[in-house]
Design a protein around this ligand. Structure first.
Ligand SMILES: C[S@@+](CC[C@H](N)C(=O)[O-])C[C@H]1O[C@@H](n2cnc3c(N)ncnc32)[C@H](O)[C@@H]1O
Length: 349
């Protein structure tokens, strides 16, 4: 059985609910904001029970957006995003596993009625995230692409990132949660169907991921949040040894000509406010928490991530790239993840 067939088997036949997983990958310690808790409570119990994600894929400013979810599973994130994009927006979920799609499709109309929409703004298609061309999806046709605990399962991650880059509109972003390792996972573990299906042994070493993302055209990947994963099954623990796994959310903007490093041109921005649910504080990434009304020095790349995207109307921009002042120190060091576990503040999944 090849990798994709064995993953299909795992998500279609072996797992019946998130309680069957052997790690806490789908238990988010992150505080789920109140408005999202309310939106999550609107999701059908069968869809919610088959949630296997590892983070909260919820970027800001979603109203009216056209979103693609790679590996949408039973559709939990699609139905969450459906409420956030509103009736004028659209969410397309793509997954290869029939059983997962069957659950997602079974509740399309239930969610439409629950959200009070005249027409559903969600659709699901069966397909491979490495071969989105087979679904006839057009270049530059999505504002945002999300994915939750899926890309680690793909045997061709470069193709997935390449397809995401092709499908995003300029200024759009791939905002996704996934599992990463602190080193390259040995080949014998990659062959283990349970370790692979559990989103562990297909995980990329984080630095290999960064290089792959850059090669796909996402020149400055930004880490939004991360947490270490803990594994409870003693058999799995013995096999993975000292490899540390992390769940992390990255945002990758499609902006031509972003520089490979953060460079200082003496530029700055002021957050004007007005982004719903982030009125006073806007988080671009782990290293950029912008307070309303306060001048914030930024590198040339961060400047463009705010000026050439949907965030632009909410910022004032100061400076240009005429004079270069050297490397910019404010965008974080290269070792991305924190090893200390945040206190558990919410229940699993
Ligand atoms: C860990 S689950 C996550 C599902 C969903 N994102 C969620 O948060 O509940 C992984 C999903 O990705 C799908 N998947 C894995 N590899 C895929 C591929 N190459 N193409 C399409 N779907 C894939 C599986 O069928 C499964 O539904």
């Amino acid at each position: 059985m090849n990798t994709k067939e064995s993953v299909k088997q795992y998500y279609g036949k072996v797992l019946q609910s998130s309680g069957d997983l052997q790690t806490d990958a789908c238990c988010s310690n992150a505080e789920v904001p109140h408005h999202l808790k309310r939106a999550l409570s609107n999701i059908h119990p069968e869809v919610a029970a088959r949630y296997y994600g590892c983070g909260l894929v919820r970027p800001e400013l979603l109203h009216g957006m056209r979103i693609l979810d790679l590996g949408s599973g039973s559709g939990r994130d699609c139905y969450l995003l459906s409420q956030l994009v509103g009736e004028q927006g659209f969410v397309l979920g793509v997954d290869m596993t029939e059983e997962q799609l069957a659950v997602a499709n079974r509740h399309l109309d239930w969610h439409r009625r629950k959200f009070g929409f005249a027409r559903s703004n969600v659709a699901f298609r069966q397909g491979y995230i490495e071969r989105l061309d087979q679904l006839g999806l057009e270049d530059n046709s999505f504002d945002i692409i999300v994915s939750n605990c899926v890309i680690n399962l793909s045997p061709d991650k470069a193709a997935v990132l390449g397809e995401a880059h092709r499908l995003l509109k300029p200024g759009g972003e791939l905002y996704f949660s996934d599992v990463y390792a602190d080193r390259r996972v040995p080949a014998d573990l990659v062959k283990d169907p349970v370790l692979y299906g559990e989103c562990l042994s297909g995980a990329l070493y984080w630095n290999d991921f960064l290089n792959l993302a850059k090669r796909a055209g996402f020149h400055d990947p930004r880490l939004v949040e991360d947490r270490p994963l803990s594994v409870s099954n003693p058999g799995i623990l013995a096999r993975i040894g000292h490899i540390a796994f992390f769940s992390a959310t990255y945002r990758l903007f499609k902006l031509d000509g972003l520089e490979s490093h953060c460079e200082d041109y003496g530029q700055a921005v002021i957050y004007r406010g007005g982004i719903e649910h982030a009125e006073r504080l806007f988080r671009l990434d782990k290293h950029h928490l912008l307070e309303q009304g306060k001048m914030f020095p930024v590198c040339g790349n961060s400047f463009r991530m705010l000026q050439e995207t949907r965030f632009a109307p909410h910022f004032e921009f100061f400076g240009n790239t005429d004079i270069h002042y050297g490397i910019f120190a404010g965008c974080g060091t290269q070792l991305p993840f924190d090893r200390t576990e945040a206190p558990v503040s919410s229940g699993c999944c």
